[in-house]
Ligand binder design. Structure first.
Ligand SMILES: C[S@@+](CC[C@H](N)C(=O)[O-])C[C@H]1O[C@@H](n2cnc3c(N)ncnc32)[C@H](O)[C@@H]1O
Length: 230
C-alpha cells in the first residue's frame, strides 16, 4: 500500500484537530449555513442509499463501520438490529464525540475504537460500510483496502468515493498546483474504471458495482459495492 500510511496520518491530523469542530457541527442537528445544509442533505441521502444495500433487518450480523466519524451510520446499523457494530475511526476526538452522542440503548451493540480501519484484530464481518472515508486515498490504495478487507468479509464492502467530474477534477488540479501549507488531506476523484483497473493490477478478484451518484449542492459522492471472491 504505497501512500496509505502517509494519507491516513494526514487524515488523522485533519479530523483530530484542524477540522474536529467543523465536522462536529456538520454532523449534528444544529442549524448550519446554506452550503453546509446542502452537504448535510446529500450525506443523509448517501447514508440511506448505503443502508439500502443491506437487509432491512440486520439481526445476526456483525458489521464494520470503517472511518465512522461521529457515529451516525453506526447508530443506524444498531437501530436496525445488528448484533454488533464495530465502529472505528483514526481520530480519537471523533470517537469521543460519537460515544457521547450515542443513545444509551445502543451501547450494548456498538463497540467504538480509535485506530486503523484495517486492523485485522477486529475479526471477521458480514458487511463493511465506509461512508466518505476512502475519499482521500489513491486508486491503488482503495484497491488494496478492498483486497485486504475482503479477506475477512463474508458480504459486501459498501463505500463511497468522489467521482471524476470536470468540476471536481478542476478543483483537484488547483489543489495540486497550489498545495496547502497545512496538513489537510486532498480528496482524490475517481472513475469506476480506474478502481476496477487498480483491482486487476492488485490481483484482487471480485465484483465492483457502481450503484448511484448523489449530488446535493457542494456534496457529490458515488456509491459503490465490492464483493470479493476468495
Ligand atoms: C469524511 S469523514 C466521514 C465520517 C463518517 N463515515 C461519516 O460519513 O460521517 C472520513 C472519516 O474517515 C476516517 N478515516 C480515514 N481513513 C481512515 C483509516 N485508515 N482508518 C480509520 N479511519 C479513517 C477519518 O478520520 C474521518 O473521520
Amino acid at each position: 500500500m504505497t501512500q496509505y500510511a502517509a494519507t491516513r496520518d494526514r487524515v488523522e491530523t485533519y479530523f483530530d484537530s484542524t477540522a474536529t469542530k467543523t465536522w462536529e457541527a456538520l454532523t449534528s442537528d444544529a442549524p448550519v449555513s446554506g452550503v453546509r445544509a446542502t452537504v448535510r442533505a446529500g450525506r443523509d441521502r448517501m447514508r440511506d442509499l448505503m443502508l439500502a444495500q443491506l437487509p432491512v433487518d440486520l439481526r445476526g450480523m456483525r458489521i464494520l463501520d470503517a472511518g465512522c466519524g461521529t457515529g451516525a451510520m453506526a447508530v443506524e446499523l444498531a437501530k436496525r438490529g445488528a448484533d454488533e457494530v464495530v465502529a472505528i475511526d483514526i481520530s480519537p476526538s471523533l470517537i469521543d464525540i460519537a460515544q457521547k452522542r450515542m443513545p444509551a440503548e445502543y451501547a450494548r451493540q456498538i463497540t467504538w475504537g480509535s485506530g486503523d480501519m484495517l486492523d485485522a484484530a477486529k475479526g471477521r464481518f458480514d458487511a463493511i460500510v465506509a461512508m466518505d472515508s476512502l475519499i482521500y486515498y489513491s486508486a491503488p490504495d482503495v484497491a488494496a483496502i478492498l483486497g485486504k478487507a475482503s479477506g475477512r468479509l463474508d458480504g459486501k464492502f459498501i463505500f463511497s468515493l468522489a467521482p471524476r467530474t470536470p468540476a471536481l477534477m478542476a478543483m483537484w488540479r488547483i489543489g495540486k498546483l497550489f498545495p496547502r501549507k497545512d496538513r489537510s488531506p486532498t480528496m482524490i476523484p475517481h472513475a469506476a474504471d480506474d478502481i476496477a483497473a487498480a483491482l486487476r493490477t492488485a490481483g484482487t478478484l471480485g465484483r465492483l458495482t457502481d450503484v448511484e451518484r448523489v449530488k446535493s449542492g457542494f456534496y457529490i459522492s458515488n456509491l459503490f459495492t465490492f464483493e470479493g471472491q476468495s
